[in-house]
Design a protein around this ligand. Sequence first.
Ligand code: G3P
Length: 226
Amino acid sequence: MWYTIQRIPTYLTMKLFLDTANIAYVEEIASWGVLDGVTTNPSLVAKEGADFEKTVKAMGDLVPCVSAQVTATDSQEMIKQGEQYASWHKNVYVKVPMTVEGLKALTYFREKGIRTNTTLIFSANQAILAAKAGANIISPFIGRLDDAGQDGMGLIAEIMQIWNNYNFDTEVLVASTRHPRHIVEAAELGAHISTIPYALFKKLPNHPLTDSGIIKFQEDWESVKQ
Ligand code: G3P
């Protein structure tokens, strides 16, 4: 019908992920109709104290991409953990830390068709290596770079420039976001995904002029209503 609103396919937009291991938060933000995925990490899982497998399965039912991070440091152990996680739900992306052992595991997962997200990326060289090893997603941590006195968003600019020069099909996920401008700047640079903590996600719909505008519209409407 002519008035049916078509959603723009997500591959044409920046994807928005929630950075959490809290299922209720995922349900809440998913209900807005804007959520494309979830990233978890061992610290976030430990904070919630819930069963990891149950959490990942529940989130996999809510969004098409859930990152579940291996804790092993040896490639063979990473592979065992990753294969187990991938068996839990079709929407699992195995999250692998950026190490030489991680690169070996990424290569294995690529050959097996298991999707991956490479985490703890802090340099463009790491980004290139992870992409060449077949990572589906790479996660540069911009907030932690800023904390260390470096330019986190500058790293995203550098990576996107490199991605424009070549045909990497690895998606660039901006992680460790800390404030609303990070999301805008990531979009301006053409990053494919931003992962956003719950408290920051809740700030994004708000603007004081929207709030005051709604109040004024309501007051004016009430003043003339019969
Ligand atoms: O997804 C990675 C992210 O959770 C790291 O964020 O705030 O711990 O640096 P942060």
